[in-house]
Design a protein around this ligand. Structure first.
Ligand SMILES: *Cc1c(COP(=O)(O)O)cnc(C)c1O
Length: 380
């Protein structure tokens, strides 16, 4: 095998990262926090608009953990969470000693089903425990049904933690994703649309919530001449050198979104030849996705007898990475005793879906290699 590996979603440098890293090195700012972190936070806040405040942290998972804590989630509480997602949406619920209650997807955006969500809230309240928060995810960069979900959340007065890890640069009705929830979360892991080589951020409209998040993220030190701690603390602040990488990446975020959208157009055209494959898209122009990952559904009843797994294996043989969708959380051994509301939408998506190589640095040559495998498998 001498062909270069085509990754699902990989790092794409913009070019000016080294300038900012140099700045951090020259000022000897190689700790957590610092001038690059402050500047990076301001750039991200300005990008999102809506007068938000950003707390840059060590990962998206850390941001979800602190976000839920700031929403008051604690031991014995119940937290509603989208089932079709990466485990990092749900694990922090366990860190806090709370219990996740999982919700099925709807088949339009693949995110939280409003009907199952409402049924769950009503049932949990009837059972004596009102859910403390709702974790809503913009899966693969496609916004969830924001108006409907927030209408339900507001009606029952339950705060939404918006997991925007995959959707930085996505919009709904012209407003940036990440700014709809009581708290929003971004990830800058290496596989996301931009990276800090590992990092995340908490988004809030309240300056005091940002201050509190940074307080927790830096070991909860009381105002005292010595180290005094009244509450539990964490080491979750973003390292300054990581923020420097992020500053360089912010300069190319819009370009990366454009390139990922081009990938989506490429796949839409490629699969238009095969009526049993649907490239997932948004329902209307209210939704403006960053197209972080392009995904397809393969109708299992096609006469060519092609399954998602056939495509995955054929691509892998050619050193091309693709991946099944996230396995729903309610089907994970870790969460087998947790509550679940809904039907089998998420499970069916998992059975038939596939994520395709979607990096912003996917080349024309890469696309030719991918198209050749797809045509060979689907035309058999
Ligand atoms: C990547 C991701 C996270 C976690 O972000 P990290 O920075 O990797 O900790 C959380 N939720 C979703 C949906 C993700 O894709």
């Amino acid at each position: 095998m001498n062909k270069n590996r085509i990754h699902l979603s990989t790092v794409h440098q913009g070019g000016s990262e080294s300038k900012y890293i140099q700045e951090a090195l020259l000022s000897n700012s190689l700790s957590t926090g610092g001038k690059n972190v402050d500047d990076f936070e301001n750039t991200v806040a300005a990008y999102l608009g809506e007068d938000v405040h950003i707390a840059a942290l060590s990962s998206g998972t850390a941001a979800i953990h602190l976000g839920l804590k700031l929403l008051g989630v604690g031991f014995g509480d119940e937290v509603i969470c989208q089932s079709l997602t990466f485990s990092a949406s749900a694990n922090p619920i366990l860190y806090l000693g709370a219990t996740p209650i999982f919700i099925d997807s709807e088949d339009i955006t693949w995110n939280l089903c409003p009907i199952a969500l409402q049924a769950a809230i009503i049932d949990r309240i009837a059972k004596g425990k009102k859910p403390k928060a709702i974790v809503a995810v913009h899966l693969y960069g496609r916004p969830y049904q924001i108006d409907l979900i927030h209408k339900i959340a507001n009606h029952y007065e339950i705060p939404v933690l918006e997991d925007c890890a995959e959707a930085f640069g996505s919009y709904y009705k012209g407003q940036a994703c990440g700014t709809f929830g009581t708290i929003g979360v971004l990830s800058f892991n290496g596989n996301k649309i931009i990276t800090t080589s590992g990092g995340g951020a908490l988004i809030t409209k309240r300056a005091d919530v940002k201050t509190k998040a940074i307080f927790y993220a830096t070991q909860s030190k009381d105002r005292a001449l010595f180290y005094q701690h009244s509450v539990i603390g964490y080491n979750y602040r973003m390292p300054n050198i990581c923020a420097a990488v992020g500053q360089g990446q912010m300069e190319v975020l819009d370009e990366h979104i454009k390139l990922r959208r081009d990938n989506h157009v490429f796949y839409t055209e490629l699969f238009s030849e095969f009526e049993f494959v649907t490239v997932h898209n948004v329902p209307n122009e209210d939704y403006s996705p960053n197209c972080w990952l392009s995904t397809i559904l393969v109708d299992p009843d096609n006469k060519h007898n092609v399954r998602n797994e056939d495509l995955r294996v054929a691509l892998e043989i050619e050193n091309i990475e693709s991946r099944l969708l996230w396995k729903p959380m309610h089907l994970q051994p870790l969460f087998e005793n947790c509550g679940y509301y809904g039907g089998n939408v998420a499970e069916t998506l998992f059975k038939n879906g596939l994520c395709l190589p979607s990096s912003s640095n996917l080349t024309e040559q890469d696309k030719i290699r991918i198209a050749a495998v797809v045509r060979r498998v689907c035309l058999k």
